[in-house]
Design a protein around this ligand. Structure first.
Ligand SMILES: [Zn+2]
Ligand SMILES: [Zn+2]
Ligand SMILES: [Zn+2]
Length: 287
């Protein structure tokens, strides 16, 4: 069976892209991305196989994008966070899933053009970082099974998990909904009324007798917990790294911004040599 990268390369012509193999696991994609103002940005994207069915992508040289920017979902090694909530299958196993990957890449790069103007990531809530996206997706599936109000609460970021010794407690806003054991992830009190609100002959159904809801409730908490752990690990890994200066309100230390502005100006100059606004924009930080 072809690898993930081979599938990606095989469908490249559909995006007017060329694919040049550079190793047994790597390929360079070259294409033009037309953005909203009609300009076409030439891109060289290096794609590398990860395991059997995944692939990472990064700009070959940091010409259009910063080398690194957590706000813009560009990891420290330059690779993009490409997985997000609409991607239901994260594996590339055929041409169909390779097209999903390409569309995600396209959307990612189109968003980057908007970020450059707006100086912030436009849909903050819809794109988790790195592997956190996997847990985000699992949480969404579980919330969906428990019913619409949990889906909405999740989307509005009103669900939170708190660890309290041996249990993980799920809260909606400040209201405690239920707890699961930290080790087994099983719901602590299976006799409580189910969260979905379904009623039987004797009133509200018990959680343990309400279809798959006991396991959905358990999965929701487990996924929310791991999502938070991964997001935190993501940001912690950058604790002493410099901000690239292209976004406002970057969580990375502002104190190091000024020193990195010069680097950024250099970096940007390679892409657009005559743009007089670059230096001003990238150093536009408060004292
Ligand atoms: Zn940045
Ligand atoms: Zn990210
Ligand atoms: Zn139920």
């Amino acid at each position: 069976m072809p690898t993930a990268v081979e599938f990606i390369a095989a469908v490249a012509p559909a995006y007017n892209a060329t694919a040049e193999p550079i190793s047994t696991i790597g390929v360079i994609l070259r294409f033009g991305l037309t953005i909203s103002d009609g300009r076409t940005i030439p891109y060289e994207i290096e794609v590398e196989q990860v395991g059997g069915r995944r692939a990472t992508a990064k700009e070959r040289e940091p010409i259009n994008l910063p080398q690194f920017c957590p706000q813009r979902h560009i990891n420290y090694d330059g690779s993009f966070c490409l997985y997000w909530r609409e991607v239901s299958d994260l594996d590339i196993t055929d041409e169909k899933t390779a097209h999903t990957w390409w569309k995600t890449l396209w959307k990612f790069l189109t968003l980057q053009a908007r970020v450059k103007k707006a100086r912030r990531w436009p849909n903050e809530n819809e794109w988790a970082h790195g592997t956190a996206a996997v847990h985000q997706h699992r949480a969404e599936l579980a919330a969906h099974k428990l019913g619409g109000r949990y889906e909405v609460a999740l989307r509005e970021r009103r669900l939170s998990v708190v660890r309290n010794r041996r249990v993980l407690q799920l809260f909606k806003d400040k209201r405690h909904l239920y707890s699961v054991w930290f080790d087994s992830k099983k719901v602590v009190n299976l006799k409580q009324r189910c969260l979905c609100g379904t009623t039987g002959k004797k009133g509200g159904k018990r959680l343990r007798r309400c279809g798959s809801h006991a396991s959905d409730a358990s999965q929701l908490v487990a996924a929310l917990f791991l999502w938070e752990v991964e997001e935190k690990a993501f940001w912690d890994s950058f604790r002493d790294k410099q901000c690239c200066g292209t976004c406002d309100n970057c969580p990375l230390q502002l104190s190091v911004v000024r020193s990195s502005c010069a680097n950024l100006a250099l970096l940007e100059t390679r892409g657009r040599p005559n743009d007089p606004t670059i230096r001003k924009n990238t150093c536009d930080y408060p004292d």
